[in-house]
Write a protein that binds this ligand. Structure first.
Ligand code: SAH
Length: 238
């Protein structure tokens, strides 16, 4: 009897993977994942059978993982948390009677927040600017509602060559609801090789360095930067 683990491997640096994620990967006979993510954990999976595919092959990957898990222990991996823009949903939607366990991981928003200080200390939300499966009109509506609701916002998939203006347009929407001095940060490759962070305000925001390896965090009405540290207060009276 096999089993399928849907594993969030964290932001990339192996020390940021959970102990459980590491255990199930070690236990697995087969590892399934996007080629670039397999690369991130290659030192852990020597000698294992690997099933990797390029981007946009998610369904194929899930189908293979489910089929292989009928009689083998298999891990299908996502970066960050498998349940946040990862593989967990699709696997569970496609599953019939296979045994599946979801293993959580540190998502990009938490990883980036730790690099910056404590920007998502209060109510927050994640919005992906990818329109591959969500119409742009709906994305913009969510950005607007989140801005109006004063949520700290983490933008995933902030900018790609195919949609270079979505990030700028989202920032313009948010500006209608927040002051120009509101902190905004781009964190690229959080907690993995190549980490780079930049701090701006809504008024000074420059999206040149944002890409698909970054998240953008926009503070709420109370957020501030002190000595280079981005903080959203929880509300304690100091
Ligand atoms: N399941 C992942 C998200 C996958 S969507 C998670 O929970 O983190 C892919 C997007 O996540 C990227 O375009 C980028 O916006 C973000 N991302 C993933 N890892 C990141 C990292 N280490 N640093 C910055 N952004 C990251």
């Amino acid at each position: 009897m096999g089993k399928l683990y849907v594993v969030g491997i964290g932001p990339g640096g192996l020390e940021h993977m959970t102990v459980k994620a590491r255990q199930v990967i070690e236990e697995s006979e087969i590892i399934v994942g996007y080629t670039k993510y397999i690369e991130l954990i290659k030192s852990l999976i020597k000698g294992k059978e690997i099933f990797s595919t390029g981007m946009m092959k998610e369904e194929e990957r899930c189908r293979a993982a489910l089929r292989l898990s009928k009689d083998k222990v298999v891990s299908i991996i996502s970066t960050g948390d498998a349940g946040i823009y990862g593989m967990a949903g699709l696997v569970l939607e496609m599953r019939k009677d296979e045994q599946v366990e979801v293993v959580p991981g540190v998502t990009a928003s938490s990883a980036a927040a730790s690099v910056l200080g404590a920007p998502i200390m209060h109510d927050s939300c994640n919005i992906s600017l990818s329109d591959l499966m969500t119409p742009y009109e709906l994305i913009k509506k969510r950005v607007e509602m989140a801005a109006q609701g004063d949520f700290v916002i983490t933008l995933y998939n902030p900018k790609s060559k195919g949609r270079p203006y979505y990030l700028k347009e989202s920032i313009e929407i948010i500006k209608r609801y927040r002051k120009g001095h509101t902190p905004v940060a781009i964190v690229k490759n959080a907690l993995r090789e190549g980490q780079k962070q930049q701090l701006f305000t809504l008024d000074s925001f420059d999206d040149s360095d944002a890409d698909m390896l970054s998240v953008v965090i926009i503070g709420n009405s109370q957020s501030f930067v002190r000595n280079g540290i981005f903080i959203t207060p929880r509300g304690y009276k100091l």
